[in-house]
Design a protein around this ligand. Sequence first.
Ligand SMILES: [Zn+2]
Length: 376
Amino acid sequence: MGADIYCAICCGPFARATVGVEQRSSVWRQHHFRPNVDLDVVDQNLPGSAGARDQPGEGSNVASAPEDNVMDYVYSPDVILDEVENGQVRWVRDVYLIGFDGSRAAIFGPGSHDDFSYVNMEVDLDPFGNEQECWECYTDTIQQHPSYPFHKPCYDVLARLLSRDKEMSAGETERLYQAMRTLGEDCGVALDLDYRLEGQEYEQFWVVQRGKEYTVTSPAESPAVLMHLQSVLQKNCFRQSSVDDASTGSLREGQDLFRNLPREILHSIVAYLENDQLPQLLMASRQVRAALRHDNGFWRLRIQNTMAWFFELLGYLDHHESGVVRELDLKRVFEWANTSSKGCMGMKGPLMVVANRRRIWETACTAIQKVYHAKA
Ligand SMILES: [Zn+2]
């Protein structure tokens, strides 16, 4: 029995991120076998084939496969990037808390999740001087003020958004606590937000979905991501070229709604578009394409303004020797970064770091920031 609570920032688990080698999930089989009636017959005869345990969440590829309930769900050791200890992803196990004693808020840890909503911690870590050992999270049946739990790498991502790498002052820490309290109302296991985990955060226990290793990949800034980035951006396809890579479309000049628009107005309009929509507009309008396609300054600003979660790319564009960066086709870099950082079933490789960070940034961090600023 018991239950899990989840990180207030990433909604990931504080345990049960189990990594295993023995089982093959349906995702693995889909990639390695053709559909095979015999395989299903064999599966039906395996012990536990009727068990309902470890059912994956709704909306995933895994959930749709009929033979899934015979599998123990474990993350693939070939995909997990972070340290594994005793069969568990290590970084998720340390719990940090933001707590409040009625007069001030504090961030402290590490401790460990006990059961239900409780976190245990060494008594000398109590920042309020009461030598408290057991802390209740999200609800307040034993404390006047609930605590909110998180992983340290997730907090570092949030702090980068809220305080731009500055140490948070006592007042800012209290504001963060109050923001979490606002978002945590009436919710016992995580903040009341859509974390883009397809419902698995509301299960009694964390639902391990093989193929979704990126959701338990540390979002901390990563040298491996930077190395990957450097290697990718060396490819010829990212070099500037005078050749336009888009078709010219079927619009005649006179049909283009964007013709004769002043540059400033055009920039104001595209600022309202989602990153996925911007390349579509360039495909649809010759005028927009002519104005923006090779404007590296525009694309650099777009990356800075809309991809703040891609720490390694921003650092690379800022600090890398200017000659190399000057030769880059930043529109293509923008499209690559936007596409390759989307978390998806079956994702592998160092960009899982960025995908999880992006998910965290675009969901909880942005929601917390809104409330945090409203409390200023
Ligand atoms: Zn987290």
